[in-house]
Design a protein around this ligand. Structure first.
Ligand code: PLP
Length: 443
């Protein structure tokens, strides 16, 4: 994930991804996408025509997204894309109709900067329904360009230089650069893979406690989790809650997979726990729940004072999310309860379709309880590391996946892991399964 960290020993590890991302360097076809990396990676301080240091120090600390790069690799090699988490099937007809109606109705101009009233009302109503939380749509919600912008706007709104942000790893790759851009220092705490068949990813309570101190401003919590599929239990959330209260820390929760749950797991919003609504910013969006990752509508919900700060950052970053699509968002949030049950069931079918194919090909799968990814162990294939393996997989087997190292600060921690996304048509998963059969011969 990260390329360069020099001054600070606690972030020296951020260097790790240089090796993985630049697996491309010995390979012409990969070079194009990595063309800008060597300069970034080495922190070269001048452009060819100038002696001035034109680039920000912050930018030199991370690369482009590996996940989104893998999509470009999939296109380059004509591989089946199980790398990036976007559905390849249609969005619900009702919400497309609502978007068309908004455009036909000339909803063409800026919405209120912190979000169209209809959408904010719908978000508040649904948070009441799903998590029994009372949210004031006038004072506590900011609609952003996706949950991606909601996260960076929140971090920019709350972090000062020297603050620390606790992040569980493996982590969704945006959180590291988001912390760096906001001036905060990430402190990572390990989620450990299940040791037995069907087990859960766990964390060590002592390790988590040790990451909290007087510099800790916030913990970023993603549940259901990308990439592990972990759904944090009430007991785990209460433990985190108690640390947040003891150390006076904010929780910033990414709940974008809220409705994608399996095996009877329950999604619990951190803000719904006693004592947390005042110190939690809940981030969510339309991308995953309504299969519209390209619409770029997400939101941050938090206490008034923090919301005011988020709204200021958001206003100057993007002014607002697409107005007609916010109206469609209000319609989406009005879909009946059956919609969400069907969504989860459809993804369960896809999970249970892909996992046997991966296992037959030689992967050890860590069974996800939520979200739409499966993390796997690739030890059986005898490759040097995850990057070598994903390179072979996309070029020679014809399936794109994400190297595990992109979810860790230290590439070595992810060297035996690879992530597959199953938010795809069954035909797409079948096409991948057929290609993966090539791997069996190599086992
Ligand atoms: N958060 C997590 C955990 C994700 O996995 C993703 C996309 O894969 C996002 C946020 C991006 O969400 P959005 O499309 O709302 O920006």
């Amino acid at each position: 994930m990260f390329v360069l960290a020099h001054r600070d020993p606690s972030t020296a590890h951020l260097l790790s991804l240089r090796d993985s991302k630049c697996f491309a360097q010995d390979d012409k076809s990969f070079l194009t996408s990595c063309a800008n990396l060597p300069a970034m990676a080495e922190g070269i301080s001048s452009l060819s025509t100038s002696k001035k240091h034109f680039l920000s120090d912050k930018v030199s600390q991370f690369t482009e997204s590996v996940i989104r790069d893998m999509t470009r690799q999939a296109m380059l090699y004509g591989a089946v894309n199980l790398a990036q988490g976007f559905p390849d099937f249609a969005a619900p007809a009702e919400i497309k109709q609502a978007a068309r109606a908004a455009i036909d109705g000339d909803v063409n101009q800026y919405a209120i900067t912190w979000g169209a009233k209809n959408l904010r009302n719908a978000i508040a109503r649904q948070m009441g329904l799903w998590q029994e939380m009372a949210v004031d749509p006038e004072k506590e919600i900011t609609v952003c360009c996706g949950s991606t912008e909601a996260m960076i706007s929140t971090l920019l709104a709350v972090c000062n230089a020297g603050d620390e942000v606790v992040i569980f790893e493996p982590f969704y790759e945006n959180y590291g650069p988001d912390s760096v851009l906001s001036g905060a220092r990430p402190r990572f705490v390990k989620l450990r893979p299940p040791v037995s068949e069907g087990g859960e990813w766990t964390f060590d309570e002592k390790e988590l406690r040790a990451a909290f101190d007087k510099h800790t401003k916030a913990i970023i919590l993603n549940t259901p989790n990308n990439p592990t599929g972990k759904v944090f239990t009430r007991a785990e959330l209460e433990l985190i809650r108690d640390l947040c209260i003891e150390f006076d820390v904010l929780a910033i929760t990414d709940e974008i997979y809220e409705h994608i749950l399996y095996d009877g797991t329950e999604h619990i919003s951190m803000a719904s726990l006693e004592g947390m609504q005042d110190r939690t910013v809940t981030i969510n969006g339309m991308s995953k729940t309504y299969s519209v990752t390209g619409w770029r509508v997400g939101w941050a919900v938090g206490p008034e004072k923090i919301t005011n700060a988020i709204r200021k950052v958001h206003d100057f970053l993007t002014v607002g999310a697409p107005a007609p699509l916010q109206e469609a968002g209000a319609a989406a949030l009005s879909l009946p309860a059956e919609y969400y049950a069907k969504l989860a069931e459809r993804y369960r079918v896809r999970r249970d379709h892909l996992m046997p194919a991966l296992e037959a090909a030689g992967f050890r799968c860590f069974r996800p309880r939520g979200a739409y990814y499966v993390m796997t162990d690739i030890s059986a294939f005898g490759f040097a590391n995850d990057v070598e393996f994903t390179k072979y997989l996309v070029k020679d087997v014809g399936v794109a996946a994400v190297p595990g190292s992109s979810f860790y600060r230290d590439a070595r921690d992810g060297a035996r892991q690879v992530r597959f996304a199953f938010c795809k048509k069954l035909e797409t998963l079948d096409a991948a399964a057929e290609k993966l059969e090539k791997l069996r011969a190599r086992k």
